[in-house]
Ligand binder design. Sequence first.
Ligand SMILES: [Zn+2]
Length: 158
Amino acid sequence: VTVQEITVKHNMEMAHRLWLTPGKCQQIHGHSWWVTLGITGEVDANGLLLGINYTDLKRVFRAYMDRNFDHHLLLHTDDIYAMPFRSKIEIEEGSTGWRTLPGLRTFKGDPTTENLAATIGQQMQHELMNQAPDILAISVLVQETAVNAAKWSCNESA
Ligand SMILES: [Zn+2]
């Protein structure tokens, strides 16, 4: 029996800022993020790892990332700029409508590479373990820049 790891990679354009860490990362800024999902398991008689094909794996992975992160702004749920606001015009017109920043997504904790890797990893674990319960390990590598990255991994057999 051969155990191997397969990986699929997907990109997202996303803005964020750190709420808890002072410095330049407190300014809203964007990155072209690359996220790599790794699945470890036994290769079957047809030469496929747990019978998983790349098409199905990418569909699950990309759908989650596109829906939740791509072209969004990620802020800590406690960040003051994550709060709904009323514009001056709306206040003058007596409108009662409240707005949020376009594309805003709130995140539990600061949206660091480490926290993103863990969140994406746990979601993929939840979605994939149902379909392929024999997965031995799952990993998620989040690259914020060409030189900054964080990796989350979980060994299912441990
Ligand atoms: Zn950043």
